[in-house]
Design a protein around this ligand. Structure first.
Ligand SMILES: [Fe+2]
Ligand SMILES: [Fe+2]
Length: 176
């Protein structure tokens, strides 16, 4: 499941460090995020994430904002793409273990499986809240490859924002 979900070992190490050193969002950052949210429900969804995931999402959204400030849909796609991670309830160490086990080809169950399925789980919630299609589609697909509904340029921006140092995913088959 999700064969490309965990990326390179280097990416795993970077992500571990990012999570371990994450700072709580400060007031100016929270104000900026508020300007990108459409409802109280979205705010609840965002802030129900662990601190490290909030920080990761803000960084990704801010990178998009710096490149294409008028593309609020892409900013929001970056902001919400990992909201499904919280369903697993896994901490930093167990997340890393789950990713490493998948990379080594072990099948996962329970919380570990939920962690690796976070894209689909988040997409369901975002769709229920009525988010834009790119927000839902990026959450669902961000570990699997570009869906036809997202343009190549938008996908590259989003991937780069999510993982600045990671090579882009290979293109998926035309029919999925
Ligand atoms: Fe993710
Ligand atoms: Fe991410």
């Amino acid at each position: 499941m999700r064969g490309r979900a965990i990326g390179s070992w280097w990416h795993l190490a970077r992500r571990f460090f990012e999570v371990a050193t994450a700072r709580r969002l400060n007031e100016p950052e929270r104000s900026e995020i508020a300007s990108w949210l459409s409802s109280a429900e979205e705010s609840t969804l965002f802030y129900n994430q662990p601190i490290a995931d909030q920080r990761h999402a803000y960084r990704a959204a801010n990178r998009i904002h710096g490149l294409v400030p008028g593309r609020v849909d892409l900013i929001r796609a970056a902001l919400f793409h990992d909201v499904g991670k919280r369903h697993s309830g896994l901490g930093i160490l167990r997340r890393s273990i789950a990713s490493a086990l998948t990379k080594l080809g072990f099948p996962l169950r329970g919380k570990n499986a939920a962690y690796l399925d976070h894209g689909r789980l988040g997409a369901i919630e975002l769709e229920t809240l009525g988010c834009e299609s790119v927000v839902v589609d990026f959450a669902r697909s961000h570990h699997d490859g570009r869906p036809n509904a997202i343009s190549v340029d938008d996908w590259r921006l989003l991937e780069k924002a999510d993982h600045p140092g990671k090579p882009p995913h290979p293109q998926p088959p035309a029919i999925r």
